[in-house]
Design a protein. Structure first.
Length: 101
């Protein structure tokens, strides 16, 4: 993903799914690259190999701010509520995530 593609498609939120263990390292790399590029889209983390603990300890420190959080979503069916909270700029929701991580 590049800044120009995210802008071209007017991306609000980015989702990363980890289906195999090497995906976890790639997610860390993506978060670092988002930070370097000055991107501002929140990142949702999900998939079979992911966990809230890995997201909090390894991925979030690379990119998480109140303006663009990194959030583990246990199940894809819950992503709608998470995205809704992010798009509506629900500061309490993001604060809760920050405190949890």
């Amino acid at each position: 993903l590049t800044h120009s593609l995210l802008s071209q498609y007017n991306v609000d939120v980015v989702g990363l799914s980890g289906l195999i263990t090497p995906s976890l390292d790639e997610m860390i790399f993506v978060a670092k690259e988002f930070e370097k590029a000055g991107l501002t889209q929140p990142i949702l983390i999900g998939g079979a190999t992911t966990s809230k603990m890995h997201t909090a300890v390894k991925i979030s420190p690379q990119y998480f701010t109140p303006e663009h959080p990194v959030i583990h979503v246990l199940d894809a069916s819950r992503s709608v509520g998470v995205v809704s909270s992010l798009i509506s700029k629900d500061e309490d929701y993001v604060q809760e995530i920050m405190e949890e991580y």
